[in-house]
Design a binder for this molecule. Structure first.
Ligand code: HEM
Length: 181
């Protein structure tokens, strides 16, 4: 996983829980990188999992809730860093562009990025988005947080129905997103 993601996680922990918390977490984890991440470097994604588990131990907040909250934080950061990808009328159109446009551009910038794949389809009446996540890194909760960030950004009221379809090593999750507004 690219260093940019680790740096954003550390920034979120610092701004939410304070500098001491990040020191506590880094000293309790046995990280190959030692906790020093360059934005363009590539690191084992399990280092992020270790840090989240340590943060969960310190705060009592469940791991999935922390990963989701990080996803929503990351949405805000991606919006600031790469505004060009967000020029869409609705969140569904934006999410529909992740696999074929956004993550394709990410791969051009960072050829060794480990990205999930998505199969997505907007219904004819545009009220439902089927968005299926596939990844060996098992970060579907991160996707949920990113999606919630998108719904909030476009000011939409969207219900996400989550169905785990994992059968093999890759995590497969179907998100059925329905507009309530
Ligand atoms: C809001 C919609 C988005 C969703 C649902 C999404 C989903 C994800 C997920 C779940 C991951 C973690 C890796 C994995 O699960 O295999 C990921 C990685 C990543 N995404 Fe996205 N993403 C979104 C938008 C974006 C945007 C707008 C950008 C920036 C232009 C971006 C850039 C990246 C980068 C840099 C990584 C890390 C790749 C790596 O560490 O090797 N994503 N994305």
């Amino acid at each position: 996983m690219k260093g940019i993601v680790f740096r954003e996680f550390i920034d979120m922990v610092e701004s939410t829980f304070g500098d001491e918390m990040i020191d506590t977490i880094l000293s309790s984890c046995d990280l190959e990188s030692g906790g020093a991440y360059s934005a363009v470097g590539t690191y084992d994604h399990t280092e992020l999992v270790q840090m989240v588990v340590a943060l969960s131990g310190q705060t009592g907040i469940e791991v999935p809730a922390l990963v989701e909250a990080f996803g929503t934080y990351l949405f805000g950061r991606f919006l600031e860093l790469f505004p060009v990808f967000f020029e869409h009328e609705t969140s569904f159109e934006f999410l529909n562009s992740i696999h074929d446009v956004v993550h394709v551009e990410v791969l051009k910038l960072y050829p060794d990025a480990g990205l999930p794949s998505f199969e997505s389809q907007i219904s004819e009446d545009k009220r439902t988005l089927h968005f299926e996540y596939h990844s060996s890194r098992h970060f579907a909760d991160l996707a949920v947080g990113l999606m919630k960030g998108a719904f909030a950004h476009w000011g939409e009221d969207v219900h996400i129905d989550i169905e785990d379809r994992t059968t093999g090593e890759k995590q497969v999750v179907m998100f059925t997103c329905t507009r309530n507004d």
